[in-house]
Design a binder for this molecule. Structure first.
Ligand code: SF4
Ligand code: SF4
Length: 455
């Protein structure tokens, strides 16, 4: 934290941090000062039935059916699933296969948007959240189709249902947004602090928690101040500012920094009395639940040196990426795009992939930025130990990397391969240019396959 920034933060708002981690170039300047702006509705929306962890949604509409914005169009298939809602008033065209960010085609409901329609949300009715029981709230969260909007897309109602014996006393709201470039959570905290506080209250009621802490990094002081002004007077919800460091937004790092609790290896936050939720998810809970509405829009940061009009845009779920990029001045190919940030993000298979609930941003690079990195030079490990010093989980990426190269995937269990959450800190600091995190992704898949084959 710089001295100038530190002086602006009252001591009561400051919290500590975790050990290790890295400080990549933040590059938030492209979009941090850009208010959220709605983009035009596209002519067609492609609503993937599987855009969350768990079982795909099951369509409850048929081709030719007219639907209104906000109306349910697919139901949850059991507990580990969520429903889908129509993001626009229009006509169901068909159910078809569409490309996904990772490549394979998957089933989606294709909705033709009515041109000239105001797209006012007519669906839903107000209800008194304070009169609802925790069980009714958790059901309401599932009915709203809520999933982790920070990227994981894990159904939120499942996170609100901890294993028997786990008592949650504290809710942590993750507003760190530590990935370089991305500014969705920053803008949501600035522009929708009331929704965020309402969502936090709802989460506290659902979990029976006595207090909540909204944590953000010290490069978003304006957001921390906006949220602090919206807090209730009873002191049950507080804001804490942590030093800007990657990966501060990871659950384990946030728990350590804000309340000095350690989430056990392979365990849930509820094992140490915590529930951890992302800012965007919480703000949606606050905006949707009191109106019995579902997730139909999301804010997406479109940023990077390759886009003419970088910004934070509100778009309907299912909008084709091509539609967004063309409006913002990008006419290149998918090879210069990264979904998510540069540390944990991934390449995009096609410009025809639709926006999903978990998609918070796209990084658009220029050909010269990508070509520079396309042929990275990799040298043998020089045992400098930088990867060990960087790993926020205190793993030994150097040793894991050596086992991966030797294809000793099962032996990697001894070095806690599955604790690695692929933050990329080790690859980022490695002077030998060894793609450690890519090794670990492949190693996990191979390890699982070998175990499934009984080896
Ligand atoms: S990618 Fe895994 S091994 Fe590397 S620093 Fe992150 S958690 Fe540690
Ligand atoms: S940072 Fe790279 S070169 Fe250094 S010990 Fe780790 S793997 Fe080896």
């Amino acid at each position: 934290m710089s001295e100038a920034v530190a002086n602006r933060i009252p001591a009561s708002l400051r919290a500590g941090t975790f050990s290790h981690g890295v400080h990549p170039e933040e590059n938030k300047h492209y979009t941090a000062g850009k208010p959220i702006q709605r983009l035009a509705f596209p002519p067609e929306l492609n609503l993937l039935l599987s855009q969350h962890a768990g079982k795909p949604s099951v369509p409850i509409v048929h081709p030719g059916q007219e639907v209104v914005r906000g109306e349910p169009i697919a139901r949850a298939d059991g507990f580990m699933s969520v429903p889908l809602h129509a993001p626009a008033t229009g006509t169901i065209k068909r159910i078809d296969l569409v490309p996904t960010a990772k490549g394979p085609l998957k089933p989606a409901i294709i909705l033709k948007v009515h041109p000239g329609e105001s797209q006012e949300i007519l669906y839903g009715a107000h209800r008194d959240i304070d009169a609802m029981s925790p069980k009714e709230i958790i059901q309401g969260v599932q009915d709203a189709g809520l999933v982790g909007l920070g990227g994981a897309a894990f159904p939120t109602h499942v996170k609100l249902s901890p294993p028997p014996g786990h008592k949650v006393d504290t809710i942590l709201i993750n507003g760190c947004e530590c990935e370089p470039y991305l500014t969705t959570d920053h803008r949501l905290m600035l522009e929708q602090p009331e929704d965020l506080v309402m969502g936090t209250r709802i989460l506290m009621r659902a979990m029976g928690a006595e207090r909540a802490i909204i944590g953000t990094e010290d490069n978003k002081i304006d957001a921390a101040e906006a949220v602090r002004r919206a807090l209730p007077a009873d002191g049950s919800i507080t804001v804490k500012v942590v030093p800007t460091k990657y990966p501060q937004g990871a659950e384990k790092m946030l728990a350590k920094a804000l309340v000095n609790r350690e989430i056990p290896s392979g365990g849930y936050p509820s094992a140490v009395g915590l529930g951890v939720y992302n800012v965007a998810t919480t703000a949606q809970i606050g905006a949707l639940l009191p109106w019995q509405r579902g997730v139909i829009d999301r804010v997406v940061t479109v940023t990077g040196p390759g886009i003419d009009k970088p910004g934070n845009y509100l778009v309907p779920i299912g909008t084709p990426l091509r539609f967004i990029l063309e409006r913002l001045g990008y006419h290149g190919s998918a090879r210069y795009l990264i979904t998510g940030g540069p540390m944990m993000g991934d390449t995009v298979s096609s410009l025809d992939v639709p926006i999903t609930k978990g998609c918070g941003g796209f990084l658009v690079m220029r050909p010269e930025d990508i070509e520079e990195q396309r042929l990275p030079k990799t040298y043998p490990c020089i045992h400098c130990g930088k990867c060990v010093e960087a790993c926020p989980l205190h793993l030994n990426p150097c040793q894991l990397g050596k086992l991966a190269v030797k294809r000793r995937y099962l032996d990697m269990d001894e070095f806690f391969l599955f604790d690695c959450f692929e933050c990329g800190c080790c690859s980022y600091v490695c002077p030998a240019g060894i793609p450690l995190v890519q090794y670990f992704r492949v190693s996990k898949a191979m390890n699982r396959e070998l175990k499934a084959a009984g080896k």
